[in-house]
Design a binder for this molecule. Structure first.
Ligand code: UD1
Length: 416
């Protein structure tokens, strides 16, 4: 069976890393060898710069993409259309048995849509099409103003196999009429990757570089990162258009962050979209910018902005934070697994299990609500529970289902 694994934007790389690893392990042991799963990684190039993409391939030891569509930025329509145009010839050349898309970004829907319409004619005269496989299916925020929500709904409507991270997602899909047999609750591939890389992340010296932890005594080499005291700090990430593209909303959020930053330094690795808006709205002067080897100058206060971090550095930064304020989907899940309090600056979440079983709380975007939620979270003891199947084995479960499909197959998806 030949698979194309599609990744395009930063949160996709962690998700395919787990699937790649599970396929590699499967191929090492599977008998007969004809039951191997062959795969190619296709990078759409939606995220293209070193900080948003390149560093993740290295940190996660992902194979070099076999194809890079190099689409870059654009409006939603332009970006989605460009991915579709460039992906179709790749499909026609590679003629895979399945196309695996992950998450909810424009690359996800673009490649699912192309794969769902392509047909390959065999020498026998039979026509077949690739299975469309969606990993992280069924999540719903019920907020149609989010481009990701549109991408999720449409991708799930097209998918032949839907791999799900939480029970609510199963219910959402059933309610939308997706047949039960297509839905597989497998757990969370992003969590697989986090658990697998946690020990490596502990070796990251990001806290020392930022001045949040004393440097290790170089001679003995015995004081590992986790054994040395870390100054208290919080982490901020923001990139949702609804939070950063409207100057009034962004100003209100910044006001709350600056207030929290008066008693707890906040570290804010800045997404390119957010940096552009800070500049455009003239808000940059309110933050303290860290460049290169700069360190946090005042361990008791400030909002410190820096370039986006690589995966291992960011994981280390998250792990030791007293609190995380974010509008990211993936970070709600990562903080749940790490047991770090998370305040989500949104009115809704497509990942409700992070609230009911994790460390997450939704607070909306007003300054007063952000401050209230952060104060409460900093006081409360954290009592996270691990959601079902968030155990590091989602990739393996996905591969088992794909393998079973391969054996069933030669297969029921030919078009008539
Ligand atoms: C995209 C995803 C979002 C995901 C986020 C993670 C969609 C609809 N949105 O949003 O779901 O949570 O990625 O980061 O797919 N830019 C760079 N360098 C890059 C990539 C982008 O400078 O490598 C700039 C672009 O020029 C653009 C801005 O960042 O101005 C936004 O990038 P874009 O990919 O359009 O959307 P994101 O906001 O990153």
């Amino acid at each position: 069976m030949k698979l194309l694994l599609v990744a395009g934007a930063r949160p996709n790389f962690m998700k395919i890393a787990s699937i790649v690893e599970a396929i590699d392990s499967h191929n090492l042991t599977v008998q007969p060898a004809g039951n191997r799963l062959d795969y190619l990684v296709v990078h759409t190039g939606q995220h293209y710069d070193e900080r948003m993409a390149g560093t993740f391939f290295r940190d996660l030891k992902l194979p070099r993409p076999a194809v890079n569509l190099e689409v870059g930025s654009g409006s939603h329509a332009v970006q989605t259309a460009e991915i579709m145009k460039r992906f179709e010839p790749v499909l026609e050349k590679e003629r895979p048995d399945a196309v695996v898309v992950v998450g909810d970004v424009n690359s996800t829907i673009a490649c699912a849509l192309v794969a769902s319409k392509v047909t390959f004619k065999e020498s026998t005269g039979i026509t077949r099409r690739p299975l469309v496989v969606h990993v992280e299916a069924g999540l719903r925020s019920r907020d149609r103003s989010m481009p990701e929500e549109t991408n999720r709904i449409l991708t799930d409507a097209l998918a032949d196999l839907l791999f799900v991270t939480e029970r609510d997602a199963v219910r959402n899909l059933l309610r939308e009429g997706v047949p039960r047999r297509r839905i597989h609750m497998v757990g969370n591939t992003m969590v697989d990757t986090l658990l697998r890389h946690r020990a490596r992340a502990e070796q990251s010296n990001v806290l020392e570089r930022l001045g949040l932890q004393a440097a290790a005594p170089s001679q003995t080499g015995t004081a590992r990162g986790r054994d040395r005291a870390v100054a208290p700090y919080g982490v901020v990430t923001l990139h949702r258009p609804s939070n950063v593209d409207d100057p009034a909303v962004f100003r209100g959020i910044l006001k709350a962050l600056l207030t929290i930053g008066r008693t707890l330094p906040l570290v804010f690795p800045i997404h390119p979209r957010t940096m552009a808006r800070l500049n455009e709205f003239g808000l940059l002067s309110q933050c303290r910018l860290l460049h290169g080897d700069d360190r946090i100058e005042n361990l008791t206060e400030g909002l410190y902005c820096l370039d986006p971090l690589g995966y291992l550095d960011f994981l280390r930064l998250l792990s030791c934070a007293k609190i995380v304020l974010t509008d990211s989907g993936g970070i709600q899940e990562e903080t749940t697994v790490l047991g770090v309090p998370c305040v989500t600056l949104r009115e809704n979440t497509e990942r409700p299990v992070t609230v009911t079983e994790g460390t997450n709380v939704l607070c909306g975007m007003s300054a007063a609500k952000i401050l209230k939620a952060a104060t409460t979270k900093l006081r409360e003891p954290v009592r996270p529970r691990a959601p079902k199947f968030w155990d590091g084995r989602a990739g393996e479960r996905i591969v088992n289902v794909l393998q079973a499909r391969m054996l069933d197959r030669q297969h029921a998806y030919s078009r008539t």
